[in-house]
Design a protein around this ligand. Structure first.
Ligand code: FES
Length: 154
């Protein structure tokens, strides 16, 4: 979604101009655009009277904020101990090749974001890959490839 004036206005009008609303306003921006666009950061900081450098410091500190556009689908490969032992790292490498994107980044077509996590609490199902909110349990490269093909058809 592009950064439109009206989309930002809807967010800014919820907050009186005070630095105490920085995180909440950025959370709204994140929810709206799925990342923090530079133009939105500038608008939020100007509105709240906060230096833009502070806004970026906050956005960088909290992992819940993304500084680059996220894909429509988020893929998180578990690299906790159990998943690592059952081939989690190979799954990441396979996905990087398949999607032509490095972990921590988003495909050019904005369909997928690929990242890793440390244990999602389902070790008995290792290796686990979380796609959006769903767990792909005991998975492998071939099954993942097939699953992702179906996801993009939806
Ligand atoms: S190590 Fe992957 S779910 Fe626990």
């Amino acid at each position: 979604m592009s950064v439109t004036f009206s989309a930002l206005e809807n967010i800014l009008e919820r907050y009186p101009p005070s630095s105490e609303h920085l995180i909440s306003a950025l959370q709204d921006v994140q929810a709206k655009f799925n990342y923090i666009p530079p133009a939105a950061m500038t608008a939020v900081c100007e509105h709240l009277g906060v230096p833009v450098s502070r806004g970026w410091a906050v956005a960088t500190f909290y992992k819940s904020f993304s500084l680059e556009p996220k894909g429509v689908h988020e893929i998180k490969v578990c690299l906790g101990t159990a998943c690592h032992l059952k081939g989690g790292a190979r799954l990441v490498e396979s996905l990087e090749r398949e999607l032509k994107v490095e972990r921590g980044h988003t495909t050019r077509d904005l369909r997928f974001s690929l990242d890793t996590v440390n244990c999602v609490g389902a070790c008995a199902l290792a290796p686990v890959v979380v796609v959006d909110e769903g767990y792909q349990a005991n998975t492998n490269s071939r099954r993942l490839k097939k699953f992702l093909k179906n996801v993009t058809k939806e």
